[in-house]
Design a protein around this ligand. Structure first.
Ligand SMILES: [Zn+2]
Length: 240
């Protein structure tokens, strides 16, 4: 899994596709595969009752489980539903792009995703960084921010900073607003400054969270950095 890439990748698409995409469904698509499942992977305590999947890895990425949310077909089905409901091609296309980017990004870890579900329940992964969702959120964070995963996220932060123009008010007015009627609708209810903050939110959220976790992992704590393929090897990574 990725900790910041899903917040940041949509802005890279935005830079290249301009008015051909709508940022809101692009972001929703990018968040969608983990939207309802991650809390159950890490476990959560509700009124003193600990809720966690028996086999978090299987639940998150496998079948039976909710791994189908990371398949290309799932993105297509939801995009088709969006098209039916909204009649907006740009919304359907942008959602699909965001969703596929997420499914393909998660291929980077040692479990990978069931990209070809329902035709195959095999997870496809290149194993660049350790999947450690099953060891709890903090150890997972320590591991992720010590291996290649956080480097991958860092690339998107750098790319966003190089593309800083897409985060300006001028770009927002000229490219973001005309691409999607959502902004006109929201503009009747909120001032432009609020809309601009909303547009930039995911980029700043991903970036500040990334910086905070890096400090937490290597300044506050002392997790050993290991940029080897599939690392860090000090964590008990899950493999398929
Ligand atoms: Zn995911």
């Amino acid at each position: 899994m990725s900790w910041a890439a899903h917040d940041l990748e949509p802005y890279a698409f935005q830079r290249h596709l301009g008015g051909k995409v709508a940022i809101v469904p692009l972001l929703i698509g990018s968040y969608s595969p983990d939207l309802f499942s991650k809390w159950f992977v890490y476990g959560i305590e509700v009124f003193g009752v600990e809720l966690q999947a028996d086999d978090p890895t299987q639940f998150h990425r496998g079948w039976p489980g909710v791994g189908f949310t990371h398949s290309l077909a799932f993105g297509l089905v939801v995009a088709a539903l969006l098209l039916l409901l909204t009649r907006s091609r740009i919304w359907a296309f942008s959602f699909l792009l965001g969703h596929w980017a997420h499914a393909l990004t998660d291929v980077g870890d040692t479990i990978g995703t069931m990209l070809l579900f329902p035709f195959s329940t095999e997870t496809i992964g290149v194993g660049a960084w350790a999947y450690a969702g099953h060891v709890g959120r903090l150890t997972d964070a320590g591991a992720y921010f010590s291996g290649l995963g956080f480097v991958w996220d860092g690339v998107w932060i750098l790319y966003g900073l190089v593309s800083w123009r897409i985060l300006t008010r001028a770009y927002f007015r000229e490219t973001i607003v005309p691409a999607d009627p959502f902004w006109g609708w929201a503009g009747k209810r909120l001032p432009e400054t609020a809309l601009l903050a909303l547009y930039r939110a995911s980029f700043f959220y991903g970036t500040t969270r990334w910086v905070a976790w890096v400090i937490w992992a290597h300044v506050v704590n002392d997790f050993p950095i290991d940029l080897s393929w599939g690392g860090p090897d000090w964590v008990d990574a899950a493999y398929d």
